[in-house]
Ligand binder design. Structure first.
Ligand code: FPP
Length: 242
């Protein structure tokens, strides 16, 4: 979609995915505990949902908790889970006010029962909204997602619902957690790390990558605009020649 931002016309990416990174360092710089940074990170996510929608982005996906994040201290994991609990509950009213449709991806089997109940409620309460499609990756790992999709595909083959020759790339995409989303056009990672850390590995095959030193809690509307400007400087060829 073309959109005027600060007096210039830009092609706005339809789907932006973000690896939220740097909450811990943001807190450390303030001599505060890591969970203080995660709280600021969660507030930044709320603001970002409004900003990206106003910039013309239709799909926004964030990496909130990876399958590897369980290795952090019990204190930190408990803090993040409590933050998510509050977020999921508070989010119903705010999402409806902003016409936002919320969806959670990842392996939900390891999440606490009350978190799963809160996810079901939030998804059901916002399912009819027609604004931003906001996806939160929770206990998500890209390889794990492909493993789960493979199991589902093999089961369908065993049950005679699918033949081996019919396993196309589209069939694989349709068995991933992201089956209802277009692939990300732009992947952003904050806080200076230049890696994708098992986030949407299948889906980002043709995405543009924007890496920035800005720590996630400091990432604001202007930073999204910088990322969109960067995206406009790229020439997407999908392996072809223009
Ligand atoms: C990255 O910073 C953050 C996380 C791994 C998880 C926590 C994310 C949030 C609390 C955002 C909440 C999202 C929602 C949807 C409520 P880090 O701890 O890796 O930072 P560091 O690299 O500076 O240590």
């Amino acid at each position: 979609m073309k959109k005027e931002i600060d007096g210039e016309i830009y092609e706005v990416p339809r789907h932006v995915a973000v690896i939220l990174d740097g909450n811990g360092r943001w807190a450390k710089k303030r001599f505060m505990p890591r969970n203080f940074g995660h709280k600021a990170g969660a507030s930044a996510v709320e603001q970002a949902c409004e900003d990206v929608w106003n910039l013309g982005i239709e799909y926004f996906t964030v990496y909130a908790f990876s399958t590897e994040n369980w290795k952090r201290s019990v204190e930190e994991v408990t803090g993040i889970m409590n933050l998510l609990r509050d977020y999921l509950v508070d989010s119903i009213e705010r999402s409806n006010r902003n016409n936002m449709k919320v969806h959670i991806i990842g392996d939900r089997t390891r999440l606490a029962d009350d978190i799963n109940v809160a996810i079901d409620k939030l998804e059901a309460a916002t399912s009819q909204n027609t604004g931003l499609k906001f996806t939160i990756a929770l206990n998500y790992g890209g390889r794990d997602e492909i493993r789960r999709a493979t199991q589902d595909i093999v089961k369908e083959v065993q049950e005679g619902k699918l033949s081996v020759d019919d396993i196309t790339e589209d069939v694989i995409s349709a068995h991933l957690d992201t089956r209802d989303l277009p692939d990300p056009d732009l992947l952003i990672r904050t806080s200076g790390e230049i890696r994708t850390s098992n986030f949407l590995p299948w889906q980002i095959a043709y995405s543009e990558f924007y890496f920035t030193d800005v720590l996630w809690p400091d990432f604001k509307r202007e930073n999204f605009i910088d990322a969109i400007k960067y995206y406009n400087g790229r020439d997407r060829r999908y392996g072809g020649v223009k």
